[in-house]
Design a protein around this ligand. Structure first.
Ligand SMILES: CC(C)(COP(=O)(O)OP(=O)(O)OC[C@H]1O[C@@H](n2cnc3c(N)ncnc32)[C@H](O)[C@@H]1O)[C@@H](O)C(=O)NCCC(=O)NCCS
Ligand SMILES: Nc1ncnc2c1ncn2[C@@H]1O[C@H](COP(=O)(O)OP(=O)(O)OP(=O)(O)O)[C@@H](O)[C@H]1O
Length: 231
């Protein structure tokens, strides 16, 4: 199985690229969605976060007030680290479960869309790594337009992540998304061909089909061995 890492900065265009992968039949595990699930009312993550941040961060219906918690953690690095520490085990096991489900369905190539791939040291599990890059001004403008936030709030969120230029240096493939959506689609096509090329032997061995072949081979070897011994 090939697990393609898709990362970048906030609002650099990861979800837009994810949607292109999905439209081409490649399944995507979205770490932001997993992170939402582990913070739903009554879950282990919700209990930990409520105990650490207090009931003030809850809405009347008991769900976490995400904009409120976001405001707290994106303006205080210590609180952000605390939140990351509390949720990390739940997020990583949630991601593992989603990947396992796709493995069981027999998918050979999947995409893991995860903003904090490098920050959370999960880059060692994915190959190749795609970084969706934009220039800083475009990133700021797109973030403010999408989330309707002030420049200060948007800058806080951008600064909460590893600099996008550093992520770019760690990438196997860089998609420059500074241009129009049409330009992005053209760039995506080339990346798609590269990412969906035939699996290496190691990737095949890690796929469900590879595990099946290994199982059958061992089974056949055992039968031949037993027959040889009984002669
Ligand atoms: C603080 C929270 C409640 C704010 O929720 P909100 O709905 O406003 O934002 P959302 O979850 O949609 O995230 C938007 C973007 O913010 C960035 N971001 C989210 N969490 C973090 C973080 N801890 N550090 C840096 N950037 C982050 C990502 O680029 C993400 O795509 C939420 O982001 C959260 O629970 N974060 C901690 C979990 C986490 O690390 N998520 C990232 C997925 S690995
Ligand atoms: N090439 C483009 N031209 C114009 N707007 C774009 C382009 N690519 C993405 N956008 C817009 O920029 C915003 C951010 O894109 P997107 O949501 O895909 O980023 P993201 O990296 O997934 O963000 P996050 O880290 O918050 O999940 C969205 O409003 C999207 O529609």
């Amino acid at each position: 199985m090939r697990i393609v890492g898709l990362t970048g900065g906030i609002a650099s265009g990861k979800s837009t690229v994810s949607n292109l992968f999905k439209a081409h039949g490649v399944p995507v595990v979205d770490a932001d969605l997993v992170a939402r699930d582990v913070l739903k009312k009554g879950t282990g993550g919700w209990k930990k976060v409520m105990a650490a941040f207090g009931e003030d961060i809850l809405q009347d219906n008991g769900e976490v007030d995400r904009p409120k918690l976001g405001h707290i953690v994106f303006s205080d690095p210590d609180k952000r680290q605390l939140l990351n520490r509390l949720l990390a085990p739940y997020i990583s096991s949630g991601i593992f479960l989603e990947i396992l489900k796709l493995w069981m369905k027999g998918y050979k190539v999947i995409v893991l869309d995860i903003p904090l791939l490098f920050e959370a040291n999960m880059d060692k599990w994915t190959k190749p790594i795609i970084v969706v890059w934009v220039d800083p001004e475009t990133q700021l403008q797109r973030l403010m337009a999408r989330d309707r936030t002030s420049p200060e709030e948007a800058k806080n969120r951008i600064q909460a992540q590893m600099p996008l230029d550093l992520k770019r240096k760690k990438a196997d493939i860089v998609i420059d998304n500074t241009g129009s959506p049409e330009e992005l689609k053209e760039r995506f096509q080339k990346v798609f061909v590269h990412v969906t090329k035939p699996l290496t032997w190691t990737e095949f061995a890690l796929s469900r089909q590879g595990a099946f072949v290994a199982f059958v081979s061992v089974f056949v070897c055992v039968i031949i061995f037993r027959k040889t011994l009984s002669w």
